[in-house]
Design a protein around this ligand. Structure first.
Ligand SMILES: [Zn+2]
Ligand SMILES: [Zn+2]
Ligand SMILES: [Zn+2]
Ligand SMILES: [Zn+2]
Ligand SMILES: [Zn+2]
Ligand SMILES: [Zn+2]
Ligand SMILES: [Zn+2]
Length: 468
């Protein structure tokens, strides 16, 4: 079976897990489905599948999956596991099947090669454009002199910003992978910057004798951001008016919470990512990297990281979806570079939900999350048509050249023709007593119970799927 990732014809229906199952041909329009009680195996309701929802046989009304479930009279909240097609397969089984077919397409095993191993990249690591570029003497990355604010070619060996220690800026390191010493370089799993062991010692890190086996963080803040984000993955956060937002991430291996997610949650999580990709592809023209031919939108959304050049490493990305009634309305891609800065290169809202403040609600939710994690600056690339909106309605500002140079060290995503904008995020005046993270506004205690991200006991909003 061939699964079409994206149908270019304009897609009118709501984008939901149900519409995705229809798109992937796992279900067909007008197919009969039934809601079955898990314990008694009794059929509670029957209906007909449409793109917009299920038409109930008893009342002829159109229901969303969760609406159909509520209509059946059960208090259960596992619609996909309880709705079956005429072959006895649940919508959950169908999601798993659809994903198995898609998996090889969305998660290719091979690395993204920028160039044959003896060649350099041919797009600038800062702006993504081609032209006259200088090459790093250590990795295949290339840059415009002007994007580095350099007037002339540096003499002798030159190392790109991502091949330098984040503390001292030096590029010399212990190249012998089998030995560990003060010149060994460690890579932080959150901010993805490199650090000399000796520089970390000078910042007060405890002495080490070997490279860490699992995740390693350059400091407490990166550790807390990483754990805080991973704990939020897959959790639905209500923001009123029937809207909720959820943080998603692709790939089982790098998803520690996969262990705590059951098959049902995992299938729903992956299906939602596929639905989110559909929304993004509706909002953005394909952005194909000329060198590698990869589609940047897909790679960012699925946080793919196996790339030889840093500009194509999207490992740190998370996808945020805004939903109402099972429908995905807006989608954003965010990445946090340590405590200083977060970026959002992509955000899109479905056509028929535009001009209703959906994007604003999602941005507000993301800003709240970033503030709770203690992030100080929020950056996004603005296309010329939206420059005015981002500045006037969202409070972003253009960046000074020196500020932009700071971003070079972090490999912030940029596209040719965009302007990078920045917004300072308010640092709350107090930090939480039990988790040490900053919470934005509100009274201390109730907000903390709802949002505490890294305490030993995690309090979740009652709408969390884990408490269903
Ligand atoms: Zn009915
Ligand atoms: Zn450039
Ligand atoms: Zn380099
Ligand atoms: Zn150093
Ligand atoms: Zn770090
Ligand atoms: Zn707390
Ligand atoms: Zn807290």
């Amino acid at each position: 079976m061939e699964i079409v990732l994206h149908d270019v014809t304009k897609y009118e229906a709501k984008r939901t897990i149900l519409s995705w199952l229809l798109e992937t041909k796992m279900l067909h329009e007008f197919q009969k489905v039934s809601y079955v009680d898990k314990k008694t195996r009794q059929v509670l309701l029957e209906g007909i599948v449409r793109f917009e929802g299920i038409v109930c046989s008893c009342c002829k009304k159109l229901w969303s999956l969760s609406g159909f479930e509520a209509h059946s009279g059960t208090s259960q909240r596992r619609a996909c596991a309880s709705i079956f097609n005429n072959k006895g397969e649940s919508l959950l089984d169908l999601q798993v099947q659809a994903w198995e077919l898609l998996d090889s397409k969305v998660n290719p095993k091979e690395n993204v090669k920028a160039a044959p191993s003896d060649e350099n990249d041919d797009a600038c690591g800062v702006c993504g454009d081609g032209g006259r570029l200088i090459c790093c003497d250590h990795c295949p990355s290339t840059y415009h002199l002007s994007c580095l604010l350099l007037k002339e070619l540096p003499e002798g060996e030159w190392f790109c910003p991502s091949c330098r220690c984040a503390i001292c800026g030096g590029s010399e390191y212990n190249a012998d992978g089998s030995s560990f010493n003060e010149m060994t370089v460690l890579l932080c799993d959150q901010c993805e910057r490199e650090y000399h062991v000796s520089c970390l010692y000078s910042r007060g890190m405890a002495k080490m004798t070997s490279c860490p086996d699992d995740s390693w963080f350059c400091g407490d803040h990166c550790d807390k951001i990483f754990q805080g984000l991973r704990k939020l993955v897959g959790i639905s956060n209500n923001i009123g008016e029937g809207l909720s937002w959820t943080l998603l991430r692709s790939g089982e291996d790098d998803l520690p919470s996969a262990n705590s997610m059951n098959r049902e949650q995992m299938a729903e999580h992956r299906s939602k990512l596929a639905v989110a990709l559909g929304v993004m592809q509706e909002c953005f023209l394909p952005m194909v990297d000329p060198r590698t031919k990869i589609d940047l939108v897909t790679h960012i959304l699925y946080n793919r990281g196996k790339a030889e050049v840093n500009r194509l490493n999207f490992r740190g990305f998370y996808t945020v979806v805004l939903e109402k009634d099972d429908e995905v309305i807006s989608v954003a891609s965010i990445r946090i570079h340590g405590g200083l800065l977060a970026e959002m290169p992509l955000i899109g809202t479905r056509f028929h939900h535009r001009r209703q403040g959906m994007c604003r609600r999602l941005v507000r939710a993301i800003e709240g999350l970033l503030q709770r994690l203690g992030i100080r600056s929020f950056v996004l690339p603005a296309v010329p048509e939206l420059l005015h909106t981002w500045k006037n309605a969202f409070g972003f500002q253009e960046m000074a050249p020196t500020q932009r140079l700071e971003l070079v060290k972090l490999s912030v995503v940029s596209f040719p023709g965009v302007t990078l904008l920045q917004k300072p995020l308010q640092t709350p005046r107090w930090s939480c007593r039990c988790c040490c993270l900053h919470h934005s506004g509100g009274r201390r205690y109730p907000r903390c119970v709802a949002f505490c991200l890294s305490g030993m006991i995690i309090y979740l909003p009652l709408t969390s799927p884990r408490y269903r």
